[in-house]
Design a protein around this ligand. Structure first.
Ligand SMILES: Cc1cc2nc3c(=O)[nH]c(=O)nc-3n(C[C@H](O)[C@H](O)[C@H](O)COP(=O)(O)O)c2cc1C
Length: 330
């Protein structure tokens, strides 16, 4: 069926379900949980090529991964071809795949000419991809959007450039830069690229449940799917998609499973970042784990008041081990 191994250059993935890069979210603990749940590939948060070549401590921290995060893709953003080549060379020691970010819509990034702003400069984009290709033997992917605005949709042109310059796969998030993350992603664009290029095409956008993933694979005939926000508090999505593809109805996640994964996430986070950052950052993740469960509103309020990690852990334990926290709606 539509779940199968995926070849990206010399790398063969065990399946075609990929965790999307998400700045501020997909750090090592998040990626480890996604890999455990069945994702075949994860990406770093976007890494500044400038920061990397200057050996910034924070940049190098973003590249750390555990042994279970294999294969791991390092995503770079930047606008200077020489800097991007050098950053690619350095990043190649930290992962099994390199990706060029040509989709980020954030003002600070596009003002510097990077992210989705590169789509407005196809000649420079080509030069960057060419340089990155020369700088690494690792598989190279390029992630881009449909274009800058509806009037400037040049995803077909960018796909051709990727093919000509030696990329190994392309990833399309079919929204324009001006759309940000609003509205719907237009899966027709993914289908069009599949017809246009011989490169593997990975689709990204609006996969919230197993049915969405199989629908994207079937409708667009894309080679793989990338899952972003749909994995918030639901790493089981990777497993459920595979079950559904085999004709099985995915089992609802039990409170016990939820408890186990939420506690593991907390523990991994604490190991990486220490108490203070864990206490702050894990609030959102725990809220996501509680979505749709009875008593979730009160749980969220409690989590936000926890003075330390011990309090947070017992709050998690109490909430997820109660019978009432079974899903309140289908
Ligand atoms: C909080 C957040 C951070 C993101 N950061 C990145 C990033 O660093 N690099 C990137 O290529 N895309 C980034 N994205 C875009 C996602 O990778 C993905 O393409 C997009 O969210 C659409 O997929 P979804 O509907 O499954 O979330 C980010 C998205 C979100 C919501």
């Amino acid at each position: 069926m539509s779940i199968r191994t995926l070849k990206i250059g010399p790398l063969t993935l065990k399946n075609n379900l990929i965790l999307a890069p998400m700045a501020g979210i997909t750090n090592s603990p998040y990626r480890q949980i996604a890999m455990n749940a069945g994702a075949a590939l994860t990406y770093s948060e976007m890494i500044s090529a400038n920061g990397l070549i200057r050996d910034g401590k924070r940049t190098i921290e973003l590249l750390q991964r555990s042994e279970c995060e294999r294969p791991f893709g390092v995503q770079l953003f930047g606008d200077d071809p020489a800097v991007m080549s050098e950053a690619t060379r350095i990043a190649s020691d930290y992962g099994e795949l390199i990706d060029l970010n040509m989709g980020c819509p954030v003002k600070k990034v596009v003002r510097s000419g990077a992210g989705s702003a590169l789509m407005k400069e196809p000649t420079k984009a080509a030069q960057i991809i060419r340089g990155m290709r020369k700088a690494t033997r690792l598989p190279l992917t390029v992630k881009f959007r449909s274009g800058w605005t509806v009037a400037e949709m040049n995803y077909r042109q960018i796909a051709r450039i990727c093919e000509e310059e030696g990329a190994d796969a392309i990833i399309l998030h079919p929204r324009t830069r001006c759309q940000g993350f609003g509205g719907h992603s237009n899966w027709d664009h993914i289908g069009e690229l599949k017809q246009l290029t011989t490169l593997p095409v990975i689709g990204s956008g609006d996969i919230k449940c197993p049915q969405d993933a199989l629908a994207m694979l079937t409708i667009t005939e894309c080679d793989g799917v990338m899952i972003g926000r749909g994995s918030y508090g639901n790493p089981w999505l990777f497993h459920d998609i595979q079950q559904l593809a085999q004709g099985q109805v995915p089992e609802p996640v039990s409170p016990g499973q939820r408890l186990k994964v939420a506690l593991l996430h907390l523990q991994l986070y604490e190991g990486y970042y220490g108490e203070r950052k864990t206490l702050l950052d894990m609030r959102k993740h725990l809220c996501w784990y509680s979505r749709g469960l009875t008593g979730a509103t009160e749980f969220r309020a409690q989590i936000n008041r926890c003075p330390d990690l011990n309090a947070m852990k017992s709050c998690v334990f109490d909430f997820f081990s109660t019978e009432e926290s079974a899903p309140s709606c289908p």
